[in-house]
Design a protein around this ligand. Structure first.
Ligand code: PRP
Ligand code: MN
Ligand code: MG
Length: 180
């Protein structure tokens, strides 16, 4: 699996540094609040579990599953709700946690959904931002790293459901997806 990687964009050590920085920033911003931290399945699970451990706050966690890539490299343009939250978000301070923001469609969909349900506040936290890929403009409150427009895998990011378990983020060799 590691052989399919062209280059490492963000190694394990750097990921932990970024998680610590974001977790501490959120800790400051949410003093006296009990946020609901929502991880977006499946990509965000690794970042979610790391970043919340740097938040010195009483918080709850929940997960929602939406999908638009169907495992491939191109966004289908349509976001599907696959698994809903268990929690009621009405009146809650919600922090949406993502592994990556590309077109912005997934986060826009989630923001609208949670706003409709009466969330008191909604902020977005992503480990990776790919600003060049943006189709829907939206503010992202907490960003780990900006990356160029290359196809990335690892630490939650998949290609056809594979590579999520790589402990770092890397660029996939183009022949891996061009040959299929
Ligand atoms: C990926 C990624 C983000 C979203 C970003 O998820 O994990 O959730 O796409 O893309 P966007 O900004 O263009 O909407 P995907 O839909 O592939 O599901 P997954 O997390 O299960 O891989
Ligand atoms: Mn995702
Ligand atoms: Mg995916």
């Amino acid at each position: 699996m590691n052989n399919d990687i062209l280059k490492v964009v963000c190694d394990q050590k750097h990921i932990q540094k970024v998680c610590k920085r974001l977790g501490e920033e959120i800790t400051k911003d949410y003093q006296g609040k009990t946020p609901l931290v929502v991880g977006v399945l499946k990509g965000a699970i690794f970042f979610m579990t790391d970043v919340v451990r740097y938040m010195d706050l009483y918080l709850s966690i929940d997960f929602i599953d939406v999908s638009s890539y169907n495992g491939g490299t191109q966004s289908s343009g349509k976001v599907n709700l696959i698994k809903d939250l268990d929690s009621d978000v009405a009146g809650r301070d919600v922090i949406i946690v993502e592994d990556i923001i590309e077109t912005g469609r997934t986060l826009k969909y989630l923001q609208d959904l949670l706003k409709d349900r009466g969330a008191k506040s909604i902020k977005m936290c992503t480990l990776v931002d790919k600003p060049e890929a943006r189709v829907v403009e939206l503010p992202v409150d907490y960003v780990g790293i900006d990356v160029p427009n290359e196809f990335l895998v690892g630490y939650g990011l998949d290609y056809q459901e594979k590579y999520r378990n790589l402990p770092y983020i890397g660029v996939l060799k183009p022949d891996v997806y061009q040959s299929k």
